[in-house]
Design a protein. Structure first.
Length: 329
């Protein structure tokens, strides 16, 4: 018998999540049946989507939702060999049993020199979010100017680099001088710290006086309300996230966006990356190639220890991470 540690959602979040909203429990796993396999989590992901999705999809007492890179430790399924690594969507668990249908192998070209944790970040769901958001929603073209906020995060940092590969000028914003320096290092053309500029409106104008063709929005709220006024005519806005509002107990009000939308004839589209599930292999192959070629660089914010999952999650929501937030078991 294997004992799995799991993090339970003890209480639905009110405002910013607290450590006391979670409960660490142990679960005895049954013996494997034919067709099943036992997996051990090696890396676990903490992501912004977990905050709103927990309210929408979970009951108090459920195991926290999430994704992991896991190693197969026992198998009664001929399609899965012991020792292989896969990406699972089994929540905050150290061990779990699967029939294999919900598992995804890492790309076959994955080199030993590359951290497998990247399958949760740059060569995983966040990277694919950047890939499809830019190509299919923003439909960026060479020579255009792309704006991305939360630019030092798991998605934003990839957005900027893919836009550069696509021949665009890239403007990013982040919440610390360290993050600004990192974004300049990986090729962003203009970057500013939104927490220290005197005026967000002036900072956006200074970074691109002619405005923006594409805006990849991870933040929403006040930033988006101001940025929309800096869009060029026929600009495209991909709404990926709204992290500035996830912890609000009272919904934010206005300003309203209809007038700039009308006069600039903008297209604003929200999206969830699972829309392109049928093309994930295409996206992962492209991302892995660019990483191996050095065209897409990555940075991981690694927290050690499964017992620190809640702290890592809360820190990520506070913006403490540079790049992808990962927990190493």
């Amino acid at each position: 018998m294997v004992t799995a540690k799991v993090w339970i959602l003890k209480k639905h979040f009110e405002g910013l999540p607290k450590i006391s909203d979670f409960d660490l429990k142990e679960i005895e796993l049954p013996n494997l049946k034919d067709g099943e396999l036992l997996l051990e989590s090696v890396f676990l992901s903490v992501d912004p989507y977990m905050r709103p999705y927990s309210r929408r999809d979970m009951k108090e007492g459920d195991i926290m939702i999430g994704t992991q890179v896991a190693r197969i430790v026992e198998s009664k399924n001929p399609a899965f060999s012991v020792g292989a690594f896969v990406v699972g969507r089994s929540g905050w668990r150290t061990h779990f049993i699967s029939d294999g249908k919900d598992l995804q192998f890492l790309p076959s070209a994955w080199p030993e020199s590359l951290p497998r944790s990247l399958a949760l970040g740059t060569v995983g769901m966040p990277g694919l979010t950047a890939y499809f958001g830019l190509l299919e929603v923003c439909k960026m073209k060479p020579g255009e100017t792309v704006l991305v906020n939360a630019a030092a995060g798991a998605v934003g940092s990839v957005v900027g680099q893919l836009a550069k590969i696509g021949g665009c000028k890239v403007v990013g914003c982040a919440g610390s001088d360290q993050k600004v320096a990192y974004l300049k290092k990986i090729g962003f053309d203009e970057v500013f710290n939104y927490k220290t500029v005197a005026s967000l409106d002036e900072a956006l104008h200074k970074a691109s006086p002619d405005g923006y063709d594409c805006f990849f929005d991870n933040v929403g709220g006040e930033f988006a309300s101001i940025a929309i006024n800096h869009m060029k005519k026929y600009g495209r806005i991909a709404v990926c996230g709204s992290i500035s509002q996830y912890n609000d107990s009272v919904p934010q009000k206005g300003p309203y966006i209809q007038i700039p939308m009308i006069f600039k004839e903008l297209r604003i589209e929200g999206f969830i990356v699972t829309r392109w599930n049928s093309r994930w292999e295409e996206g992962l192959k492209a991302l892995l190639k660019w990483v191996m070629e050095g065209k897409v660089k990555y940075h991981e914010h690694v927290t050690e220890g499964f017992e620190n999952m809640p702290a890592a999650f809360i820190g990520m929501l506070k913006g403490e991470n540079l790049g992808k937030a990962i927990v190493k078991v």
